[in-house]
Design a protein around this ligand. Structure first.
Ligand SMILES: [Mn+2]
Length: 293
């Protein structure tokens, strides 16, 4: 059995909303307790004068995001070399740049990505409406961004990308997904009853030996899991997303059925976690990871 290695990524430069950078420290005890591991591998997220890069030609914090992702890439690659399954705990979702590229390079391109997220995160520098790089990691991994985003060697093939739980995306993103024939299921198309069939379907389509799961907690509807980073204030109105039970089942079956080699776990925002209800759910999800990975 492979060992799960937690890599902390207290990243905040990928989006303008603050909070997810506190998640790793906040759930460290839960990670150690549930995964029976010691958490001492954290990416250095310091950067000299980050405010100078607040607006790198419309791309917010481009240099810090890429530099810090290169540090994550190095740690993730090393973890794979040491025969671990790296579980990268964010942070905002821009970390998928470093974690996915490391897996792709380590396995020489033989990796599929299952992206469990409400958002498509597949903008590039031309289409991004906000300039926030947490909306762009998949385009970086595919190699459809300009040279400023260069990292690693192997790119993700669109045919090896699978979306589960989408609900919130821009037209340019869905145009690209459809044009490229990328597998995608909306939040309302996934439930506890059909997820078994869905995972089997994905399994039969897989063209790679290895799978990276990128799990964004905002794929769960706010009613069930409000403490996520897209919520600027507690008045966040988006009612889309999968139920908590569905998302948990998605995670369980993906881990059970597929050869998962690396993972992201992102966008928890502890400052919105009233009564620590979400951290209890995080512990349950971590238990699912421990039992099925
Ligand atoms: Mn998201």
């Amino acid at each position: 059995m492979k060992n799960i290695e937690v890599i902390g990524m207290p990243m905040k430069y990928g989006c303008m909303v603050k909070g997810a950078d506190l998640a790793y420290e906040y759930i460290k005890d839960s990670l150690e307790k549930v995964l029976h591991t010691t958490c001492n591998n954290v990416v250095d997220v310091s950067f000299k004068n980050p405010e100078m890069h607040k607006n790198d030609k419309k791309l917010k914090y481009l240099e810090p995001v890429m530099e810090i992702n290169k540090r994550l890439y190095t740690k993730t690659y090393k973890s794979l070399e040491e025969n671990n399954i790296p579980l990268v705990v964010g942070g905002d979702h821009s970390q998928a740049i470093g974690s996915i590229k490391a897996s792709l390079d380590y396995y020489k391109g033989d990796v599929s990505v299952i992206y469990v997220d409400k958002h498509a995160d597949i903008h590039n520098e031309k289409t991004t409406p906000s300039g926030n790089i947490h909306g762009m990691p998949l385009s970086v991994c595919i190699g459809r961004c300009d040279h400023r985003f260069d990292i690693g060697t192997y790119n993700l093939k669109p045919e090896n990308l699978y979306f589960i739980g989408l609900s919130n995306y821009e037209k340019e993103e869905m145009d690209y997904i459809k044009e490229s024939n990328i597998f995608h299921l909306m939040d309302h198309e996934v439930n506890e009853e059909n997820i078994g069939t869905i995972v089997n379907n994905i399994k039969s389509k897989l063209k790679t030996k290895n799978v990276h799961i990128s799990f964004d907690l905002d794929s769960i509807k706010p009613e069930d899991f409000p403490a996520v980073n897209v919520a600027v204030e507690s008045t966040y109105q988006d009612e889309t997303g999968m139920s908590y039970n569905t998302a948990k089942k998605v995670l369980e079956l993906l881990l059970k059925e597929l050869n998962v080699c690396s993972m992201d776990f992102v966008e928890y925002k502890p400052t919105l976690d009233e009564n620590k209800k979400c951290i209890q759910k995080i512990e349950e999800l971590l238990k699912v990871i421990r039992e099925n990975l």
